[in-house]
Write a protein that binds this ligand. Structure first.
Ligand code: NAD
Length: 409
């Protein structure tokens, strides 16, 4: 399957530029990645054979700082998808004011088909193939779908072995104790909650809301817990095989424990099974896509009943769906703002590594919350000023900052 995510990302850009014109120079730059690498990674499998995997790193924009962005392991990952994700990273770092550019990486692989040692050799192989273009001042990768702190720990270790750079700042999302930051694991889900909370009153939502979440990995899992901890009701959760629905509310820890034991959510007591498609259409206040791109499209947008879509996944809503939702009065809090907590705490991790410091979880989350509250309000105000949706408003702020960086060159 060839990803069309980059086409969607460029459509979003065109729509934003229509309400917030930018210079020809910036428009041209934002149409192309600065550098794209596709590499072959030979891996010795446990049976002694050699398999070649395809790996990627796209360095989209360094206008505002070193490239920054996660690495995705997925069987559908291709260069188009990685390019789109890298583009969004450039905008995400700009809309949050982080001193970073945008990049992204990936490997076309289903990690579940590999043993742990094969996965380690593959991850170290990605670093061996790409280390000359990485580094704390150049490009700092982080986790994304299917890349855990353990995997990032192997990568960081490999980078250190090859280069001798002991600062530990070339990768973020490392395990605690190996240079990782407090709060990094929870950062994307928790940051999504901070953005929601900053905008809740503007979006005219009640104090307690019902929430449906698609995807229960790092991002969806943490989002479920923090929303529940603040008195909200999680009515649905899912993994790639399907979901469960309970209008009375689900206990995220119990759902995660069940999945760990049984391998899926099938048969979870007291809940109704729902497909991932149906989950998106459930009546609720807040719908959180926290899995993959292209989930809300022109085909299902008219059936979405949520009052707000909080995009914790990257690129879950197509531009055609954006228009349908806007007409229905449904707010879409865009990915480049809503899920920016991850890259923010990754940047804090990088800063701690370079300064040889270790900040407390309290300090990390306080810094994150105050930044996200400020930038969320900024995006809201810009949407009012430009009389447009939150996505175009977030793009406008990001583009304004990228324009400043370009003119300072
Ligand atoms: P993850 O690998 O930890 O979890 C992914 C989850 O999605 C799993 O529960 C998986 O079962 C589920 N899933 C996979 N395919 C699905 C499908 N077709 N339908 C429904 N569910 C499916 O990944 P993650 O880190 O939680 O990332 C999730 C999303 O959040 C991605 O879009 C990612 O780019 C984005 N994101 C992640 C971070 C981060 O810090 N990890 C930061 C910003 C954005």
């Amino acid at each position: 399957m060839i990803s069309n995510a980059f086409e969607e990302a460029q459509k979003q850009l065109n729509r934003a530029v229509a309400v917030f014109p930018i210079s020809k120079g910036l428009r041209a730059r934002m149409a192309h990645a600065e550098r794209e690498l596709t590499v072959s990674i030979p891996v010795r499998m446990d049976d002694g054979t050699i398999r070649i995997f395809e790996g990627f790193r796209v360095q989209y924009s360094s206008l505002r700082g070193p490239y920054k962005g996660g690495i995705r392991y997925h069987h559908d990952t291709d260069i188009n998808e990685v390019r789109a994700l890298a583009f969004w990273m450039a905008l995400k770092c700009a809309v949050t004011g982080l001193p970073m550019g945008g990049g992204k990486g990936g490997i076309t692989v289903n990690p579940r088909e590999l043993s742990k040692s094969e996965l380690e050799r593959l991850s170290r192989g990605w670093v061996r193939a790409l280390y000359p273009v990485l580094g704390p001042e150049r490009d700092i990768p982080a986790p994304d779908v299917n890349t855990t702190p353990e995997i990032i720990g192997w990568m960081s270790d490999e980078y250190r072995k090859i280069t001798g750079d002991k600062r530990n700042a070339a990768f973020t999302g490392k395990p605690l104790g190996k240079g990782g930051s407090e709060g990094r694991g929870a950062a994307t889900g928790v940051g999504g909650f901070y953005v929601f909370d900053a905008l809740r009153k503007n979006m005219k939502l009640p104090e307690q809301v019902s929430v449906a979440i698609q995807g229960m990995g790092n991002v969806g899992g943490w989002a479920a817990k923090i929303f529940r901890d603040h008195g909200h009701t999680i009515i649905a959760m899912s993994d790639s095989k399907g979901g469960i629905w309970s209008p009375q509310g689900l206990d995220p820890e119990a759902v995660e424990k069940y999945k760990k034991e049984k391998g899926s959510l099938k048969g979870f007591p007291g809940a109704t099974q729902v497909s991932n498609e149906k989950l998106l259409e459930l009546p609720c206040d807040v719908l959180i896509p926290a899995a993959l791109e292209n989930q809300i499209t022109k085909n299902n947008a008219k059936r979405i009943k949520a009052r707000v879509v909080l995009e914790l996944a990257n690129g879950p809503t197509t531009t055609e769906a954006d228009d349908v939702l806007f007409k229905k009065g449904i707010f879409v809090v865009p990915d480049i703002l809503a899920n920016s907590g991850g890259v923010a705490v990754s940047t804090y991790e990088w800063e701690q590594n370079l300064k040889n410091e270790h900040w407390s979880e309290h300090d990390v989350l306080k810094k994150l919350r105050s930044m996200l509250e400020r930038e969320s309000k900024h995006v809201w105000d810009r949407s009012k000023k430009l009389k447009t949706d939150l996505r175009r408003a977030a793009f406008a702020i990001a583009l304004e900052r990228l324009e400043k960086a370009l003119s300072a060159q």
